[in-house]
Write a protein that binds this ligand. Structure first.
Ligand SMILES: *[C@@H]1O[C@H](CO)[C@@H](O)[C@H](O)[C@H]1NC(C)=O
Ligand SMILES: *[C@@H]1O[C@H](CO)[C@@H](O)[C@H](O)[C@H]1NC(C)=O
Length: 272
């Protein structure tokens, strides 16, 4: 009898625990959604330089832009990010799940210009792993609600900006090309973009190579200076961007993705 009542009471405790776990999870989700994050101040349109990412590629799969037979020698899209003027940013503002069907008409363009540069999945707001696009939409896109209300508009706006501000072309026209031999003055790169776009960009480097270039825009998509506009002229050490005075725009040799592993490549194969 005693053991039976212990059994039933521990069973009900277990039930209670799992129920309260469910409720607290839901409550947390609802309060996150209810707790309206402060409206953002501006957008950063973040572009990544594949040469800097793809030199580290040891692992190929068909989704990975680094594994295309021709090396990417132009900036690709990272994301369109709502930001605050104080240097912080809102993230994961609502539980609007990414639905690839909503951007089906954009897919060929997204695949071309907004590829993931790795084979791994990307962390999502709820802690799960998913696609790069789902990550950008969930973490940043949902926070642009004051200006962009839905997923299709988010991705199409980013593509529109990408075509409008062709940073690769701006740099090429100013004499900056993908190269493992050349070093360029950061100030010259910043000046070229500033001249063409009308506002100062932010650059992010890794080991002296340009990793990312960001153009900042007001909420009505007029170019504005990014917060970090001292990187070019000032000490590299006083900015969070780690760009030295002279930087490179590296190129890379793509790993060859063998044809015969197409069945296995979605699982990700190590070729190194
Ligand atoms: C950007 O400019 C480069 C260099 O002129 C060109 O090859 C590329 O197609 C352009 N990209 C887009 C998205 O228009
Ligand atoms: C450069 O760094 C030095 C020492 O870290 C600092 O005193 C100086 O103000 C910096 N210069 C600029 C322009 O930020």
């Amino acid at each position: 009898m005693a053991s039976l009542s212990i059994f039933t009471s521990s069973l009900s405790l277990l039930l209670l625990l799992s129920l309260s776990f469910l409720f607290s999870k839901e409550a947390a989700a609802n309060s996150l959604e209810a707790q309206k994050q402060r409206e953002f101040d501006y957008f950063a349109f973040a572009l990544q330089w594949p040469g800097t990412f793809c030199r580290k590629t040891h692992h190929c799969c068909s989704q990975n832009g680094c594994c295309r037979p021709e090396p990417l020698t132009w900036f690709t899209i990272h994301g369109l990010w709502p930001d605050y003027d104080d240097g912080t940013w809102p993230a994961c503002c609502s539980h609007t799940e990414f639905d690839i069907k909503k951007v089906s008409s954009l897919l060929p363009t997204l695949e071309k210009y907004w590829p993931t540069l790795s084979c791994g999945s990307t962390s999502q707001c709820d802690g799960s792993r998913g696609s790069f696009w789902a990550h950008e939409w969930g973490k940043h896109g949902t926070c642009s609600y004051a200006v962009i209300q839905d997923e299709y508009s988010y991705f199409s706006k980013a593509l529109e900006l990408y075509f409008k501000y062709n940073v690769t072309e701006i740099l090429n026209d100013a004499g900056f090309f993908a190269s493992n031999a050349e070093k360029y003055r950061l100030g010259d790169i910043v000046a070229a973009v500033k001249h063409a776009v009308g506002a100062t960009p932010e650059l992010v480097c890794k080991h002296g190579s340009v990793q990312e270039l960001r153009i900042c825009l007001t909420k009505d998509f007029k170019p504005r200076d990014c917060l970090i506009h001292s990187v070019a002229e000032d000490n590299a050490s006083n900015s969070r961007s780690s760009c030295p005075r002279s930087v490179s725009l590296p190129s890379y040799e793509p790993l060859v993705l063998p044809q015969d592993v197409s069945a296995a490549d979605s699982a990700g194969i190590w070729f190194s």
